[in-house]
Design a protein around this ligand. Sequence first.
Ligand SMILES: NC(=O)c1ccc[n+]([C@@H]2O[C@H](COP(=O)([O-])OP(=O)(O)OC[C@H]3O[C@@H](n4cnc5c(N)ncnc54)[C@H](O)[C@@H]3O)[C@@H](O)[C@H]2O)c1
Length: 229
Amino acid sequence: MTESQIKTITNIGAGTMGHAITLQFVINGFSVNLLDSNEAALKQGMQRIKEDLETFNQAGLLSDSTVNILNQIHPFTSYKLALKDANFVIESVIENMQIKKQVWQTVEQFVDEDVILATNTSGLDPSDMQSVLQHPKRFVVAHFWNPAQLMPLVEVVPGKKTAQTTVDRVVNLMNKVGKHAVPLKKAALGFVGNRIQLAVLREAFNIVNEGIATPEAVDDIVKYSLGRR
Ligand SMILES: NC(=O)c1ccc[n+]([C@@H]2O[C@H](COP(=O)([O-])OP(=O)(O)OC[C@H]3O[C@@H](n4cnc5c(N)ncnc54)[C@H](O)[C@@H]3O)[C@@H](O)[C@H]2O)c1
């Protein structure tokens, strides 16, 4: 399915990342089926979306009313119902390979084989995750940064069996909802953003351990130079 045919997203997981990703899609005109296996988590996710929408509204960032935007979100606890009209599926359940594999096997029972499937894993191996799929070419990582409703970057990371067209379509879709999508050539532990972030963190600890500067001085040096926004 090409990105221009995508109208309805199914977002699995309504937590920190899932609620923010849902918000990003509905603000940009998509309809979202928001699925969480836990009823209380689903309610909490909807509440967080409402609060974020109110903040965006007060900042003058919305082109439609909060009521109209909220009406485009359909909450579900049933996989079958949440996936019946899905044109694209993104998953942000907890960072556990077994659970994510079970989720994707269930998803495949309810969607057509040309529907793209994307995981927001922070670092699990996409080749391993897609190994349980009957149609692995349509599977890819779309790694958002927290808070996903504000941070532009989405790393798009293929597994060994991911088709290049899947990467290209997800890059285009993410750019369409206001993100800055960056494709990687292949997966690696921590992908790229977290590797760089952790390399900087390791060096900050080294500097303090070697007695070169205090933690406060290191914070200030980063804050007033390379960490500046
Ligand atoms: N929090 C971050 O900074 C961050 C950043 C980028 C990526 N990620 C990744 O995003 C994913 C989610 O992280 P989070 O911080 O949003 O977690 P979270 O704990 O806030 O939310 C996870 C949600 O998934 C739901 N869930 C668990 N099992 C489920 C299942 N089988 N079916 C449906 N829903 C299920 C839970 O009820 C919960 O609401 C993880 O893979 C994480 O590594 C997190």
